[in-house]
Design a protein around this ligand. Sequence first.
Ligand code: CMC
Length: 393
Amino acid sequence: TGYFTFDPGFTSTASCESAITYIDGDEGILLHRGYAIQDLAENCDYLEVCHLLLRGELPNPQQKEDFERTITYHTMVHEQLSRFYSGFRRDAHPMAVMCGVTGALSAFYHDSTDILDPRQRMIAAHRLIAKMPTMAAMAYKYSVGQPFMYPRNDLSYAENFLYMTFGTPCEAWKVDPVLARAMDKIFILHADHEQNASTSTVRLAGSSHANPFACIASGIAALWGPAHGGANEAVLLMLEEIGSVERIPEFIKRAKDKNDPFRLMGFGHRVYKNYDPRAKIMRQTCYEVLDVMGIKDEPHLAIAMELEKIALEDPYFVEKKLYPNVDFYSGIILKAMGFPTSMFTVLFALARTVGWISQWQEMIEDPQQKIGRPRQLYTGNPGRAFVPLNKRG
Ligand code: CMC
C-alpha cells in the first residue's frame, strides 16, 4: 500500500544532496567543488584533485606536500594480500580480481573499518587512494606472470603506477614525462562524476554502514558493466570489430536499428546531451600520446575519428543528442601505452576510487543520512489459495 513515484533508472530522482561535483549536461559543463574540469586537468596533478574532492579545497603547497606524504605512506599492501592473488586463475579478468582484493582489504585493515570514527574513515580513504594503483598493477602482473613490483614513493602517483605495471626487477625503468602526464590526466578525468551507477551503489551499500572497503568493492562491481565503466574496453573491441573505415556505415546502420541490440560504444550519456567535456580533453591527450609513441596512422584512431564525424552528422544521433563520452578516446590512449583491453576498466576504477570514497564520506557525515531503501510497484499475484504439492498439476 502507499503511493510512490515510479522512476526506473532514477531518471528524475535526486537521491542525495552533494557539494562535490556539478554537471550541466545540456551545456557540457563539469565542475569539481566549483572548479572546471578543464582547469583541473590542465593545471593540477591527480593528488591535488584527490585533495580537492576529499577535503573540499585545492591544497596549498604545504598541504600538497603533507597529503603526498600521507598517501605514499600507505602505498604498500599487506604481504598476505599479495598471496591472496595466487588464489585466482591467471586468466581471471582483472576486474574480477579487483572486486575480490578490494573487498578483502577490510580483512586486513581492522583499524579503519569503524565508520563512526572520523579518523578511521579518513585512514580508510587514504589507504584506498594509496593502494589502488598497487593492487591494479599487481592484477596486471599476475595476469602476465611477472613478479609484483613494490611501490616507489619517490615517483609521482601516475609514474609509480606505470612503474609497478611496466617495470621489471631486471632493468632500470624510465617513463616518458608526456606519458606520465597523460596517465595523470586520465586519472583526473575519471576522478568523480556525481551520482552515476557505481557511485550510487557505493552510497547505497554505505547507507547500511557497511565498511568502506566493502562499499568500494561494490562500486567496482557496478562499474564493470559495459553500459558504465566497461565501455572503454567495449569501445576498443568495437573498433577492432569494425576493422576498417569502409565498414563504418554498416555499424552506424546497426546502431540505429531498434531490432539490433548493438550500440555505438562510447556514445551517449544519461546526463550529457552535449559533447562530454572530458572527451574533448581525452581526444587531445590521445594525439599527444600517439605522437610521443611515434605511432602514425593508428588504425583504431582513424576509425574512431571517422565514426565520430559520421555519427555527429547523422540525424539519429543528432536528434537523440548522442555525443562521444569520456570512454570514446581513452581506450586508444591506453592501448598505445601498452595496457591490455582487460585493464582499461581497472584504470577507471583506480581513478574513480577517490570520487567514491569522497561521496561515501559526505554521505556518512550528512545528518539526513538514512539507509537507502527504494520502494517498488508490485505487479505480481495479489494473493491466492495455497495448493499442496500433490495437487499441483
Ligand atoms: N548507440 C545507439 N543508440 C543509442 C546509444 C548508442 N550508444 N545510446 C543511446 N541510444 C539511443 C537508445 O536506443 C534510445 O533510443 P530510443 O529513445 O529510440 O529508445 C535513446 O538513445 C536513449 O537511450 P537510453 O538507453 O534510454 O539512455 P540512457 O540514459 O538510459 O543510457 C547510456 C545512457 C550511456 C547507458 C547509453 O547511451 C549507452 O548505452 N551508451 C553506450 C555505452 C557507453 O558508452 N557507456 C559509457 C557511458 S559514459 C562513462 C560511464 O558512465 O561510465
